[in-house]
Design a protein around this ligand. Structure first.
Ligand code: 2P0
Length: 330
């Protein structure tokens, strides 16, 4: 009763920002992301008769407290689905540098869901796996798929129609993402708390939700046409809209630091000098930059040269869930 799965993290071009149901993790809008080759989590799950509780090792360190509780709560869903009451030994290795500002919860919950559901004997389709994964962390449901994935918010109150679908496989288009890591960090508001505060108090939230269908239609056309300018412009504008909603919240907040704005301006200057590059930012200060492969050297050098930037990590488009030989981790 053991399985090992690998999942990559993803970066949203159309952001998930707001829930209509906190417990089931049901979003107020569809979102669309690129799965990233460079950042991933590998997790093995073994359900065993002799365990008296779930155990969780992350990068060889035993995890207790809130993180352990989130894993146990998620395994409860898996046990319920399978009708089995066995505890599990969970071992995860994270190749998502926390400092890079990617939500490791996306690759983490996708790998956990895949390994746990397989280990316990559930034979889930990709849609069913995405729906299960969503209940661990929303953005993770997109990481089941490689390439470009859309999380369809669904309409049903039980969440049965809220899961991701693949929009295009990774072979469709070789675009790149640079994760720009800032040397000073500050994240006072978690994404979970931040989106909740925004939904409850920001007068801009209504406009955000209303603007999504047009952004989605246009970006899907852009992806289909491999139109980099169109995709970049929509992604950048969608990110700015999401961040604008936080300024209208009560109390107001922003994830940006001074260097965040400097990186954004540098990306705009790159464009002015004829290099197509666009930024997007999640619930933190770091910036991700979309670019085309032929400009990799120049984009990297320019971003690395910005004062306050400590590292620039590059990634291609990645694949979806893969299952590995059980011996890999445990
Ligand atoms: C996204 N973010 O679409 C957006 C953009 C942050 C900004 O998904 O509460 O960790 O576990 O569902 O998935 C971060 O939120 O939140 C996120 P939960 P999650 O990638």
């Amino acid at each position: 009763m053991k399985a090992t799965a690998k999942a990559h993290t993803n970066i949203a071009l159309i952001k998930y920002w707001g829930k209509r149901n906190d417990e089931l993790i049901l979003p107020t809008n569809n979102s669309l992301s690129i799965t990233l080759d460079g950042f991933y989590t590998t997790t093995s799950v073994a359900f065993k008769q002799d365990l008296t509780e779930d155990t969780f090792l992350l990068n060889n360190t035993p995890i207790v407290g809130e993180q352990h509780q989130r894993v146990t709560s998620f395994l409860n869903l898996v046990r319920k689905l399978a009708g089995k009451e066995l505890y599990a030994e969970v071992k995860s290795m994270n190749a998502v540098p926390t400092a890079a500002g990617f939500a490791s919860s996306a690759s983490g919950f996708a790998a956990l869901a895949a390994a746990a559901s397989k280990a316990i004997g559930l034979n889930l389709s990709e849609s069913e796996l995405s729906r299960l994964t969503r209940q661990g962390s929303g953005s993770a449901c997109r990481s089941i798929f490689g390439g470009f994935a859309e999380w369809q918010k669904g309409a049903r109150v039980d969440g049965s129609d809220s899961f991701a679908v693949q929009v295009a496989p990774k072979e469709h288009w070789d675009i790149r993402v640079a994760a720009v890591v800032l040397s000073s960090k500050m994240k006072k508001v978690s994404s979970r708390a931040g989106m909740k505060r925004t939904v409850e108090s920001s007068p801009f939230f209504k406009g955000w939700v209303e603007s999504i269908p047009a952004d989605l239609d246009a970006i899907k056309q852009g992806i289909s046409d491999r139109d980099f300018q169109k995709v970049g412009e929509i992604a950048e504008a969608n990110c700015l809209k999401m961040h604008a909603t936080t300024l209208g919240a009560n109390p107001p907040f922003t994830y940006w630091l001074d260097t965040t704005v400097t990186v954004m301006q540098t990306v705009q200057q790159l464009r002015d000098s004829g290099i197509p590059a666009y930024f997007t930012i999640d619930a933190g200060p770091n910036v991700k930059v979309l670019y085309l492969p032929q400009y990799e050297e120049e984009v990297k050098r320019t971003l690395q040269g910005i004062p306050g930037v400590s590292d620039v990590k590059l990634s291609k488009v990645g694949q979806g869930i893969t299952f590995l030989e059980d011996e890999t981790l445990a």
